[in-house]
Write a protein that binds this ligand. Structure first.
Ligand code: R5P
Length: 244
């Protein structure tokens, strides 16, 4: 039995998911797997302030008790090497990078990729190598959920290229809005915003459009009008080995 539930806005989905998994077992399912294209709570992977919960660890523990395996897409492993560090059941991360690279190759002539923070460098560098384009990484300081400061991108002699801002999660959109505000000073073209997970909380999508994004594109891990990159085949490929 495979349950499919993306876990954006997770609190309303979590209990029904736990009940569905338990009921499947009650009714005779020998294994219950979970395909959750977006896995919530992964960004809180350390105590940023004293007394905070490390939600990624607690959520992984709860899910590990409910299902026999899990497949997700790019689960924000910025400070961990693999899902095995926090899940006690097999947990597979499907990577969107090759699909983002393919989209950029097909849709953006002469791009320069922009990563929002140093943690994203490894990821952005590999997409850039795949595209065959240069990249820069910004310095980001998050002072609060909606208060993000990013450094001015130094595009140097690449100012004629189209900036492609690339991030794993677009949530409040403040990281990308912050970066776009600086582009007028250095870039000659409006930026394209590319994200894996279209969380878009509150007014994020409108704010990003108003800030001047030429195009906003995401993967279909969370259903949204910006979805243009299909991860279905990649996820299906990851499911197959679970039945061997
Ligand atoms: C953080 O480390 C993530 O990779 C994203 O940069 C972050 O989730 C973006 O959040 P927001 O859209 O709220 O600025």
């Amino acid at each position: 039995m495979i349950l499919v539930s993306t876990l954006d806005r997770p609190d309303d989905k979590f209990l029904p998911l736990i009940f569905a998994a338990a009921t499947a077992r009650d009714l005779g399912a020998s294994h219950v797997g979970l395909v959750c294209p977006y896995l919530a709570y992964m960004r809180q992977d350390k105590r940023f302030r004293p007394g905070e919960a490390i939600s990624s660890v607690h959520f992984a523990k709860l899910l590990s008790g409910a299902v026999d395996w899990l497949i997700t897409v790019d689960p924000h492993l910025h400070r961990r090497h693999s899902l095995a560090e926090i899940f006690s059941v097999p947990a597979v991360a499907v990577h969107a990078a090759p699909y983002l690279a393919a989209w950029i190759r097909e849709n953006v002539p002469a791009p320069i990729l922009i990563g929002p923070d140093s943690e994203s460098e490894q990821w952005v560098a590999s997409v850039a190598a795949d595209v065959g384009a240069p990249y820069v990484v910004l310095d980001k300081v998050r002072k609060g959920d909606r208060d993000v400061e990013v450094s001015v991108p130094n595009l140097g002699r690449n100012a004629d290229r189209t900036p492609v801002l690339i991030d794993d999660i677009i949530s409040t959109g403040r990281t990308m809005v912050g970066a776009i505000r600086h582009f007028g000073r250095t870039a000659h073209r409006s930026p394209v915003c590319l994200g894996v997970h279209a969380v878009f909380s509150g007014d994020a999508y409108t704010a990003l459009r108003r800030a001047g994004a030429a195009k906003i594109v995401t993967c279909n891990t969370i259903s949204h009008e910006s979805n243009a990159i299909d991860m279905t085949a990649a996820i299906a490929q990851a499911v197959r080995p679970m039945f061997r």
